[in-house]
Design a protein around this ligand. Structure first.
Ligand code: PEP
Length: 261
């Protein structure tokens, strides 16, 4: 059975003092949770400090981005080797904000996924349609194309290691929520597409998350679907109480799915 995972994407937020405070509280709260995995994605400049605080805890530290090259003259970029040195083992790839503001293309994203896997990272591969695509009724087609492009030429063994996050752009940071039913439809289509690229066994191992304006009072609508394996949480991951409640929800639903598979 796939383990639920809740990932907090801090984006470009929090002072160092606030980040430390939040991580100390989380470390304490998460130590009693065994049914759910938790990861946080702080800005690069806080990684080393927070990795040290979280040593020995069960919270993963995830980078928000990385470049696909190992080193060289790429001013401003961070390589997988550098992140490995910090004991970071997860990375978000293809977030819609990277696609939109930094013009990352599907082929850039494919290169980053391959590079992340080469360095034994778990890539959190983000896909999702904008409002125009959703309203034209082509969301499934759009997301399928992103999946095929991002996962191009990956072996079955590598496909197994990926986490996919379905994040409709129109729901990110807007307070608009994609219904559990609609999110589940796309998540099922993603799993089916991964099956077409590999096997049923592989596609059943891949964790697929929902992301987009998740809050503690709306997430039960998504996490109740057995195919939705967790959440990628932006704004709500910056507030300890909110994030803790979201983790609790995933923890209790996981236990429920285990007793009634
Ligand atoms: C995100 O940034 O991935 C995200 C889902 O943000 P929010 O939860 O704030 O919509």
């Amino acid at each position: 059975m796939r383990k639920k995972i809740i990932i907090g994407n801090w984006k470009m937020n929090l002072s160092l003092a606030d980040a430390q405070d939040l991580v100390f509280k989380l470390k304490n709260q998460v130590k009693t949770k065994s049914a759910v995995e938790v990861a946080i994605c702080p800005p690069y400049v806080y990684l080393l400090t927070l990795v040290n605080i979280l040593k020995g805890s069960n919270i993963h530290i995830c980078a928000q981005n990385m470049f696909h090259k190992e080193n060289g003259a790429y001013t401003g970029e961070i390589s997988p080797e550098m992140l490995t040195d910090l004991h970071v083992n997860m990375v978000i790839v293809g977030h819609s904000e990277r696609r939109q503001y930094f013009h990352e293309t599907d082929s850039d994203i494919n290169l980053k996924i391959k590079s992340a896997l080469k360095f034994s990272f778990t890539p959190i591969f983000c896909v999702g349609e904008d409002l125009k695509v959703r309203e034209s009724g082509k969301a499934e087609e759009w997301v399928k194309r992103q999946i095929l492009a991002g996962l191009k030429d990956l072996s079955k063994i590598d496909l197994e290691k990926i986490i996919v996050a379905y994040e409709p752009i129109w729901a990110i940071g807007t307070g608009k929520i994609c219904s559990g039913e609609d999110a589940n439809k796309i998540v099922k289509m993603i799993r089916e597409t991964i099956k077409e690229l590999s096997t049923n066994i592989v596609s059943e191992k891949v964790r697929i998350l929902y992301g987009g304006s998740i809050k503690s009072d709306n997430f039960s609508e998504h996490i109740k679907y057995p195919d939705i394996d967790g959440g990628l949480v932006g704004g709500a991951s910056l507030k300890f109480e909110e994030f803790a409640k979201i983790i609790d929800l995933a923890d209790s639903v996981h236990a429920l799915h285990q007793s009634h598979p």
